[in-house]
Design a protein around this ligand. Sequence first.
Ligand code: DX5
Ligand code: ZN
Length: 228
Amino acid sequence: MTRIEIAPSILSADFTCLEREVKKAQDAGADRLHCDIMDGNFVPNITFGPLVVEAVRRCVTIPLDVHLMIIDPMRYVNDFCNAGASTLIVHAEVCDVPAVASAIRKNNVRPGVSVNPDKPASLFLPHLRDIDMVLVMTVFAGFGGQKFMPEMLDKIALVRAESVKRNLTTDIAVDGGINDKTGEECAAAGANVLVAGSYIFGHEDFEARIATLRAASLRGRERLGHEV
Ligand code: DX5
Ligand code: ZN
């Protein structure tokens, strides 16, 4: 059974003191950090590039999951791998999944794949064996602080069922609107990595938030355990 992990998304961090924020998240028990890259094309928003990922890499030792919300991910695979990504997540809507996954793996980085809520899991399910992390978007990619879409629980369950059927250990991550309530539901549906931006960075006490989220996801995992 895959390990439950909490991945704060630095999109909601205070960028005037990013070093302090990411170290505080690590010290508070974060298992991984999530970095959102937006290009103003695939999504309307623009965030940051490999330079900031490389700076974060030097501040913490936990793995970095880099979520590329950009139109031509293949073009930037080497840049983000060299910047220190541990998992590089691309959107299946805009790329040839096996080709990009193989380019990522050549850099000794874990390939990840995501899709927006209106796109089917069939865009990547045939390639599940080549992918180390599926990131199920539980809001439309683009902004932090949006409301969780409960309709996505079925997509999480579908990915998990396929992964179990094929005897894989793919990480199933969820991203968008995650808090203690939605996080528990996602874990009960089969997610094992909870990405959370505003729920963690929007509050002073990161440790309490991470602990609450972990407890919620373990409750969800219990429920999953009873169902399988
Ligand atoms: C949204 C990003 C998320 C974002 C989540 O496009 O991919 O990672 O940071 O933010 P919250 O947790 O505030 O919904
Ligand atoms: Zn993200």
